[in-house]
Design a protein around this ligand. Sequence first.
Ligand code: HEC
Length: 156
Amino acid sequence: MKKLSLLLNVVLLCVIAYGGYKFIIEGSVEQADDGRTAIMLNSGERDLVLGEMRTFLEAVQGIVTAIAEDDMATVAELATPVGMVATEGEAASLMGKLPIEFKLHGMATHGLFDDLAQQATETGDSQLVTVSLGVLMENCTSCHAGYRFDVAGTGK
Ligand code: HEC
């Protein structure tokens, strides 16, 4: 009996470890034809993340315009809402579908927006802020090069 319950415990632990691995590390992914990793979402989740992406782009557009006008207060104002504050309240079910590397990459990008806001406020130096924005945007381009969002069963 003891042996059986030990075995059951081991099996249970393996199931939990596998579930944790899938949920935290691997996410819900497939290899896409274009060489990128497709993250499989439902259509609502895909709409949500793409909406967040468009918010990123709108922030960058406003920041570029503000830099051109040497308006560092507006840079900070536009960068802050897409900083770490934007990561609050993300659904756990969605988080479980994103691979760990993707999550870290996304978090780092939000963190860099906070850094940008701080740099704009503290230095008021548009040249420095432009360099930082260029570096920040390497996160956008490298993530897009590696990942796409697909909806299961639709082939896109
Ligand atoms: C952690 C990964 C990641 C980061 C970082 C990232 N994106 Fe994305 N973004 C994606 C993925 C994946 C897609 C979907 C691409 C696809 O399906 O072909 C996407 C799509 C988009 C879209 C298309 C939205 C739509 O409605 O179709 C825009 C715009 C965009 N991203 C802007 C940005 C900008 C600007 C940044 C940087 C400030 C950024 N993204 C950072 C992963 C990322």
